[in-house]
Design a protein around this ligand. Sequence first.
Ligand code: 13P
Length: 348
Amino acid sequence: MTQLEDIAQKMVAPGKGILAADESSGTIKKRFDSINVESTEENRRDYRETLFRSSEAMKNYISGVILFDETIRQKAADGTPLVKLIEETGSIPGIKVDAGAKDLAGAPGEKVTEGLDGLRERLSEYYELGARFAKWRAVIDIGRSGDRSIPSAYCLNANAHALARYAALCQEANIVPIVEPEVLMDGDHDVDRCYEVTEAGLKALYAALFEQRVKLEGTILKPNMVVSGKLCDRQASVDEVAEKTLTCFASAVPAAVPGIVFLSGGQSDEEATAHLDAINKAKAASDGRHPWGISFSYGRALQAAPLKAWSGKSENRQAAQAAFSHRARMNGLAALGEWSEASEAEAA
Ligand code: 13P
């Protein structure tokens, strides 16, 4: 097995998933605003250090952590690099390398992700800093009120092309690329429209990855689940989400891909856990038709509870760690298809 394949397999080790702690400066400020904490470099460090020092969660349920540029360079209060704290728990440090979604020229309302210029040099620096995987997020919106012109094939293909260029550069640098084509759940579309757009986006992505000679065995897919738009009158049930998500991915994701780690995308904590669990239960009942490891790479659905418990106060550190450990354990169970609502009440 190559180093890339080995890392990719470890990222989806049974019962483990990824902590997305790579909020950009703007996003972490929004999260801190919600708890009335100022977004200073020290506060960001204290909060993230609290998460990475949650040894129960990190050792048992978190295979890797996606960091932001600032965090991969930061030291804990006692001077230990945060990357080292993560490595000491047995978890793998990763890095967000995209520069965000910008307006796509000639396509009003659509986005393309930037960040390819200078990426080769940045990747080699990140490798030196300890990153063994990376993340690049493409953002695909779905038109409102039945407008089928969004997303355009142009938008899907431009984003797939950028994701593939990023992935090829990562593999050249011995870094596993997480490819993330996120179809947003904002909007009033139904679950079948989400299915259609997710499938088209994935097919464009795997065509581009093939064309650009990316070895799928050394990649991880980070997609949305197939869910109803938040504003849709009819919300698909947990079982329908699981069934449609697996059918969609079976048609579009090659068997060579070692793992699929879902984003939470605005689902509530428990919804994100229930969906992941139902997907893994349906996978287990499908006689090996779904070959990839299926787990989580959650940002909000892992951090909402610990962020609130912490609220910027050092005396709340333990409470924040307990909240994080609980959600990590729930999602670890869901990654095995062994979660139930009753698990939420069980003590660790
Ligand atoms: P959410 O789980 O909050 O959607 O974040 C995951 C992520 O990394 C999005 O790029």
